[in-house]
Design a binder for this molecule. Sequence first.
Ligand SMILES: Nc1ncnc2c1ncn2[C@@H]1O[C@H](COP(=O)(O)OP(=O)(O)OP(=O)(O)O)[C@@H](O)[C@H]1O
Length: 272
Amino acid sequence: MNQDNKQILAIELINVSRRFVSPTGKSLTALRDFNMTVGRGEFVAVVGPTGCGKSTTLNLVTGLAKPSAGEVRLMGGPINGIDPRVGFVFQTDALFPWKNVLDNVMSGPLFRGKSRAEAEKGAKDWLARVGLSKFIHHYPHQLSGGMRKRVSLAQTFINEPEILLMDEPFSALDVQTRTVMHEELLKLWADRKASVIFVTHDLEEAVALADKVYVLTAGPATVKSVYTIDLPRPRVVSEIRYDQTFIDYCKTIWDDLRQEVETSYRRASEAA
Ligand SMILES: Nc1ncnc2c1ncn2[C@@H]1O[C@H](COP(=O)(O)OP(=O)(O)OP(=O)(O)O)[C@@H](O)[C@H]1O
């Protein structure tokens, strides 16, 4: 990558608004004057109260949705539909239940025109990296939640995404498995340094993983504050939570986020 390319931002949301029309015909503004930038290789986490507009932000970056106003840019250019440079990991697995683990991971490269031999070699390599070599002939229903999530990571990383969008990918997992998955994700990410937007409700997860944490306001979401997380890498997620700097970041950001969470709850109870 030459110097000029490095300076081009991976993702830009510039003065973006996104409005929806509800089934009753009422207009709802989910995002308002929203600005966000993600540099090349940067890991950005997004936190905000429930229903504020976090997933809507990701949908705009996928190209599945268009902004009502403003502009979304990827790698310095406009978005034209679904971009092959973008990978996704969501809360629910996108695994094909009728395919075994190997075939699930091979499906992306095959779709992108790789030969069966190449796809199989790549899939086996990635499954080894996520510790699932012994399970390649298993079907998704024969795996634990953590193992399925590992398959999802292999399925995503095999396509070598330059941009990785993650929407609460680990929220359905138990606490211990989540910590293991955090470590795995950071290891996979460190090798290739995709540019990441990671949406989560879990502030500690955001601080442990990210270079920057965006705090969103209660809906309509706009950016309330951006924190740079100056914790050294590589990070050991199971230990970082005892680090005083980590605790200080969590406290400071929670003070900021709590006001928005309270606003959101107050509005919900007024509406009820
Ligand atoms: N397709 C749609 N049509 C109408 N309203 C929508 C649509 N998608 C989202 N919304 C509304 O936009 C707002 C933001 O939704 P969004 O899913 O982005 O929030 P979120 O922060 O990701 O929520 P959560 O924290 O619960 O996951 C919500 O009020 C939601 O009801």
